[in-house]
Design a protein around this ligand. Structure first.
Ligand code: PLP
Length: 399
């Protein structure tokens, strides 16, 4: 019997999908389930996006497209990132992929040889570790607990970069914590990056349109423009425009990296489909009122979630300032029981909560923080408060 490649043995199914699947099964069996598990924006793009897709269909060429991305898409993305604060980039600095996830996988292939080191902060988006494992990279995880709002400090970064990792992978706003770095915090980390010229820096900032409290979006290259030689900014239409199923991811970075991604594209994905490209162009260059309205809505929901969680004795929920996640420390429940079910870990907590109250959350250990769980709060408002009340009841019933 032939064997699978070793790298497949290192690949694990996403922990987030496992919980979402279990919630789906319970729902199909007639249970009343409220899902806080999957990180989907839960809104659809504007009509102009669908109109652009229909229009594109009516004169579809049926052909392969550009490995780098169609010129119209690259130009729309250039304008979009200029509005964010990136200046001096050209089409040669850009490339595309099938969503940010595939872009990140491509970047790992382009930047990491087997045995190279990649460092990132925990809590981290689960896929970071999975991609590193698949390409055979070593990971150095910098732990950032709730006591410091899950944020990386300059001294922590300095120590990690002293090991000369090949890649530092950064995520702002954060999935799973919803934390956002201020302009000052980004500038302080950028100071450290300048001192370590041997490391590529990936900023996976796909939630950049969902920043609350007037904090604004900041990138290392705004603070230290010389970092443009090493910083790769990753973006996506998934969360900003309610288009996770359309699968469009983009990068802006050094020409050499954009070229490498384009070459890899020519070997696996070839190009984005024409209709999808037209929709993405319309999203990026059309009216931005839906993302703005959603950002305001999520900021309001954030307030509801944080207030409900921090009202539970012993639960600590640092206040998120972006994306649509909250990441409370629920370790106060460990060692207790619910209806005779002993809870000793985040995984047992989430399983018992789903079983007893029909509320699906993702265990924090999936993100490298086993004291916490992730709540994705984009569900309809009518479900949000009842879901939070069920969590409060669950805690009240612990003995
Ligand atoms: N990066 C982060 C931090 C994410 O949370 C996600 C999706 O959840 C992605 C990347 C992937 O996004 P896309 O849908 O563009 O593949």
């Amino acid at each position: 019997m032939p064997q699978l490649a070793q790298r497949v043995g290192r690949a694990k199914p996403s922990a987030i999908m496992v919980i979402a699947e279990k919630a789906k099964q319970l729902k199909a069996a007639g249970r009343d389930i409220i899902s806080f598990s999957i990180g989907v924006p839960n809104f659809l793009p504007g009509e102009h996006v669908y109109a652009a897709a229909r229009e594109s269909l009516s004169h579809d060429s049926g052909q392969y497209g550009s490995n780098r991305g169609a010129e119209a898409l690259l130009d729309a993305f250039l304008k979009h990132i200029e509005a964010l604060g990136f200046s001096g980039y050209t089409r040669m600095n850009l490339s595309i992929g099938i969503g940010a996830k595939q872009v990140l996988y491509n970047l790992a292939e382009a930047l990491l040889d087997e045995g190279d080191e990649i460092c990132f902060a925990a809590p981290y988006w689960t896929t970071y570790r999975d991609i590193a494992d698949i390409v055979g990279a070593k990971t150095n995880v910098m732990h950032c607990g709730p006591e410091r709002n899950y944020k990386l400090t300059p001294s922590q970064l300095d120590a990690a970069l002293a090991r000369k990792p090949k890649v530092f992978l950064f995520n702002n706003p954060s999935n799973p914590t919803g934390m956002v770095y201020t302009g000052e915090e980004i500038a302080a980390l950028a100071e450290v990056l300048v001192k370590h010229p041997d490391t590529w820096v990936i900023t996976d900032d796909i939630y950049n349109s969902m920043v609350f409290d007037g904090l604004g979006y900041h990138n290392f290259v705004f603070a230290k423009p010389e970092l443009r030689e090493r910083v790769i900014f990753v973006d996506s239409v998934s969360k900003t425009y309610g288009m996770p199923g359309w699968r469009v991811g983009l990068i802006a970075g050094p020409e050499v990296v954009a070229k490498a991604i384009t070459t890899l594209n020519s070997n696996h994905i070839t190009s984005l489909p024409e209709v999808i490209t037209a929709a993405a162009v319309a999203a990026l260059s059309g009216p931005q009122d839906i993302p703005k309205a959603k950002c305001a809505e999520f900021a309001g929901k954030r307030d509801t979630v944080v207030a409900a969680l921090n009202a539970i004795p012993g639960v600590v929920c640092p206040r998120p300032q972006g994306a649509f996640y909250a990441f409370p420390d629920i370790s106060v429940a460990f060692g207790k029981s619910h209806n005779g079910t002993k809870i000793d870990s985040d995984v047992e907590f989430c399983a018992a909560l789903l079983e007893a109250k029909g509320v699906a959350c993702v265990p924090g250990s999936a993100f490298g923080e086993p004291r916490a769980l992730r709540i994705s709060y984009t569900c309809p408002s009518a479900q949000l408060e009842p879901g939070l009340q069920r969590i409060q009841q669950f805690f009240a019933e612990l003995v």
